[in-house]
Design a protein around this ligand. Structure first.
Ligand code: MLC
Ligand code: AMP
Length: 505
């Protein structure tokens, strides 16, 4: 039976005693141990009546077990829907309802808060924690450790990753078996991964970067990864001499540079440092090379498209650029108003087409049509230009988006929540530079006339509803928002006003 993604990523690893996951406590998972657990989980899904085309929502901590759920979904034809562990119960409830998930897996500690939500939506809720704990794992103990993968073709769906929008609520990006497989093939080739590599894995596994870039590349090349529960600079410095590659967001690199222990000795065995998900400052790129002798390789992607461009592995890795389109990816820069292709060197919206581009937004045909052209080009909303050597530089975003430490934050979501408060007339949320996270959130609030706004009250509302990384780091009360003659709020003026606010911290 053909299962496009399983056959590409997992089948070649069946029975292999080679190391796959090296955990911080020294435990090592072989490929074989991982594949067997994934098969047991696939049977467990079926036993819970979760089958082909059903959605499985998961909000669980990073662990080998969590990765095995992904592998189980692929072979059972179940659509994998990972959720940020920072999301509040309120945020999770939207994703579960919108996706029509039939089962949700959560960490034991979240069971109490999520149970009423799942109950209300008639969604079964089971628990799964690391160290092989939780009701889902217990249910798998008596299951066979071999599973016959169900038939799935290249265009069948493998995962939903939710991504916010500049208006309204999050959209489920539908990713197919071939979206994921073709992209990991291009990346393994481009970055020359082999079974000898050891990747330092400290990213979360609920987003594209840690899951579909890092993990899929490791699976496809048959190499191993030092799998750390989260970012830990001490572990990075300790483990780096035993590793060959690192993938991280720019915050990883600025934090490494801030540590005096980090230098040439620590990086001697490394062959590749990759950065993405947010802009890497050219000064970080240069400081990194000065300190270590390594040039960071920057690449560019997004939830809807996986990876689009990469600096060359062999060749000039240019600071401030995201390199060239990957093999198989077509890229054009167009006029945001007309969609007409612009002359080389001019700044416009980046559009991409290729086997990496998603299948559309789940049950949102209008939103899909607005961003995914009939001819297959996806309008990224990123602004950039291509130079005469083919390198792409991203100069900004056409979309109202803040990227903090690699996490996307849509101002609209915070503004809507604050605007709903009875004493608030209107708000504007902007991103400003931050030395650690790249950007951070500032909320400007205009009270209704004769009303008083207490900032701690706003913080309480935000805390209850939104994940921690979305919380404004500063609130400013103003009597009115700056507007242009058309009445549009001038966020650029606000950004300028608060530009230096966090620079010296
Ligand atoms: C943590 N906090 C954040 C934050 N991460 N706040 C804003 N932005 C973030 N990104 C909060 C914590 O809750 C904590 O709050 C406080 O900030 C300090 O936390 P910390 O201990 O310093 O954070 P840490 O756990 O070290 O995490 C920082 C980080 C992490 C940068 C390592 O955010 C991270 O792993 N980011 C990667 C995100 C990612 O994978 N993006 C890829 C998306 S895919 P308090 O209240 O406790 O003090 C994509 C496509 C592509 O974009 O191209 O790849
Ligand atoms: P996400 O929706 O989380 O997948 O975030 C995708 C967005 O992150 C892109 O549209 C870009 O705006 C941004 N991004 C990803 N990689 C880079 C990069 N190397 N440089 C600048 N921005 C990036």
């Amino acid at each position: 039976m053909v299962n496009h993604l399983y056959d590409g990523l997992f089948q070649p690893l069946v029975g292999k005693q080679t190391p796959f996951l090296i955990l911080s406590d020294g435990d090592v998972w072989s490929h074989d141990r991982f594949i067997r657990l994934a098969a047991q989980y696939a049977h467990t899904l079926n036993a819970m009546n979760v089958t082909v085309g059903d959605r499985l929502a998961v909000q669980i901590n990073k662990s080998p077990e969590a990765l095995a759920v992904y592998a189980a979904c692929v072979q059972a034809g179940v659509i994998f829907l990972p959720l940020n562990t920072a999301y509040t119960a309120d945020e999770v409830s939207y994703f579960v309802e919108n996706s029509g998930a039939s089962l949700m897996l959560c960490a034991s500690k979240s069971f109490e808060s999520l149970h009423p939500i799942c109950d209300g939506l008639s969604v079964r809720l089971e628990t799964l924690d690391g160290a092989s704990e939780g009701s889902f794992h217990e249910a798998s103990l008596d299951k066979d450790d071999v599973f016959d993968p169900v038939e799935r073709g290249p265009d069948d769906l493998a995962a939903f990753l939710y991504t916010s929008g500049t208006t309204g609520r999050s959209k489920g990006a539908m990713l197919s078996h071939d979206n994921l497989l073709s992209n990991s093939q291009a990346l393994v080739e481009q970055w020359e991964f082999t079974s000898d590599d050891v990747l330092l894995h400290q990213l979360p596994i609920f987003h594209t970067h840690g899951l579909f870039v890092a993990t899929n590349v490791v699976l496809l090349s048959g190499c191993s990864m030092r799998f750390c529960a989260g970012f830990d600079v001490d572990a990075l410095i300790r483990d780096m001499p035993k590793a060959t590659a690192l993938m991280g967001v720019p915050t990883f690199y600025t934090r490494l540079l801030a540590d005096d222990r980090f230098g040439r000795d620590v990086t001697k065995s490394m062959r590749l440092f990759i950065s993405g998900s947010a802009p890497l400052l050219a000064e970080t790129h240069r400081a990194f090379e000065d300190r270590t002798g390594h040039r960071i390789l920057e690449r560019y992607g997004m939830t809807e498209t996986n990876m689009n461009t990469s600096n060359p592995y062999n060749g000039d890795r240019r600071a401030g650029t995201v390199g060239m389109p990957l093999p198989g990816v077509e890229l054009k820069v167009t006029d945001p108003e007309t969609g007409v292709v612009l002359p080389q060197g001019e700044i416009g919206v980046i559009e991409v087409r290729g086997p990496n581009v998603f299948k559309g937004y789940w049950q949102m045909p209008e939103k899909t049509a607005a961003e995914l052209r009939k001819d297959g080009f996806f309008i990224t909303g990123d602004l950039g230009f291509q130079d005469e050597d083919g390198y792409i530089t991203i100069v900004g975003r056409g979309k109202d988006l803040i990227i903090s430490g690699g996490y996307n934050i849509y101002p609209k979501e915070i503004e809507s929540l604050l605007d709903d408060q009875p004493n608030i007339l209107e708000t504007a949320v902007v991103g400003v530079p931050h030395p650690d996270f790249g950007e951070t959130v500032v909320a400007v609030v205009v009270p209704r006339s004769d009303e008083t706004v207490i900032i701690s009250d706003l913080q309480d509302v935000v805390k209850e509803k939104l994940a921690r990384f979305k919380h404004p780091q500063h609130y400013e009360i103003m009597t009115e928002l700056p507007r242009n003659t058309m009445g549009k709020v001038q966020k650029n003026i606000l950004r300028e006003q608060f530009f230096d606010m966090f620079q010296s911290t």
